[in-house]
Write a protein that binds this ligand. Structure first.
Ligand code: FAD
Length: 326
């Protein structure tokens, strides 16, 4: 596929890039081409140019919430991620509140570190969640009962009709680990978060260090333990007063922690973190997770819902998978 017109807008692309090299599960065959965008300007130019050439594409951030098929995907992937944080802050009209704006390619953890270094409170629970700010907003990332959308003030979005708009958070429907953005083709270019100043920076830094250490203990680092975080969403509460119930608990009770399919298995500390040994394929992970979901259904009559997005075709997938193929 000739994408040389992208050279004119200064973005890099790799034909037949293997998704295994661009996802934290480290599996996945080739895509038609992978276009690398490091900031909102490159992303906007890339998307407008691809649309002008009628070339469909899929948007990816850091690839930390994706299981990519061994067969790859017959699509262009636009990857929007950077290791160079692009973040700024300003005082808000309300006392003691500050607005932090970041390019959506920025890593979420860099945004967390920035806010803590500036004495701002509210993002600590998100310390160590891999991936971009854009990916975290689209999936309404969360931890310790908090969701990223709670801290959002506004978003700048590139729409499918090529318009760029800045909208308040209330214009987007956010749910547990989900938002309109995952389904309607809107692309987050940047986001503004509103946070109070706490002042006790040293205390916050210590809390962050403890939080990061706890994460590693709970599910390792993706660099050593290929995975995409929790594979299944936690389960809806059974009453309005109740909290969500851990999918890991149901998996463990259904005996899923001991399952191993050609090297695809749960992490020893966490039944809902599915990982793989060297050699295990994306299909093995897919088959294992289907077997796990069946075991939970058989024991509890409960349908677990995947949190991880599937990219590309998988064998034995039901014709109308309830979550569809992304
Ligand atoms: C070790 C590990 C621990 C994890 N822990 C947590 C956790 O505690 N909590 C949690 O919520 N998640 C967790 N995750 C999952 C993952 O890190 C988050 O879902 C993360 O926010 C995904 O960001 P990403 O950039 O990698 O998105 P990707 O995986 O690349 O993409 C995910 C979705 O976001 C969309 N998207 C990406 N960028 C944009 C954009 N700019 N505009 C619109 N849509 C976009 C993509 O199209 C795709 O649909 C963990 C993952 C790992 C590997």
């Amino acid at each position: 596929m000739d994408l040389s017109f992208l050279n004119q807008i200064g973005v890099q692309y790799t034909p037949q890039a293997r998704l295994a090299e661009h996802t934290t599960f480290r599996v996945g065959g080739p895509c038609l081409a992978l276009v690398e965008c490091r900031n909102a300007k490159e992303l906007t130019l890339t998307v407008l140019t691809l649309r002008q050439h009628n070339l469909p594409f899929l948007l990816m951030g850091f690839g930390s919430n994706i299981l990519a098929s061994d067969q790859g995907i017959h699509r262009i992937i636009v990857r929007h991620t950077t290791t160079t944080p692009n973040i700024s802050m300003r005082a808000c009209a309300e006392p003691n509140l500050y607005l932090v704006t970041a390019d959506s390619a920025t890593q979420l953890d860099d945004v967390v570190a920035y806010t803590i270094n500036n004495g701002l409170e509210g993002l600590l629970p998100f310390s160590g969640i891999p991936g971009t700010l854009g990916g975290a907003i689209a999936g309404n990332a969360g931890a310790y009962g908090q969701q990223l959308a709670d801290t959002l003030e506004s978003l700048t979005i590139l729409r499918p009709d090529n318009s760029v708009v800045t909208v308040p958070k209330s214009a987007i429907h956010f749910e547990y680990r989900d938002s309109d953005l995952k389904h309607n083709g809107d692309i987050v270019l940047s986001a503004t978060i509103k946070l109070p100043r706490n002042g006790n920076i040293e205390q916050m830094k210590n809390n962050r260090a403890a939080n990061l250490a706890m994460r590693v203990g709970k599910h390792g680092r993706w660099q050593d333990t290929p995975c995409a975080g929790s594979f299944f969403r936690n389960v809806e509460p059974t009453s309005k007063a109740g909290p969500r119930q851990s999918a890991g608990w149901f998996l463990e009770q259904a005996g899923c922690k001991d399952m191993n399919l050609n090297g695809a298995h749960s992490y020893h500390n966490h039944a809902n973190i599915i990982t793989r040994d060297v050699g295990a394929k994306a299909q093995d992970v897919y088959d294992l997770t289907c077997a796990m979901a069946c075991a939970v259904k058989a024991k509890f009559g409960l349908e677990l819902v995947r949190e991880v997005r599937l990219l590309g075709p998988f064998e034995n997938a039901p014709a109308c998978d309830p979550q569809g193929y992304w």
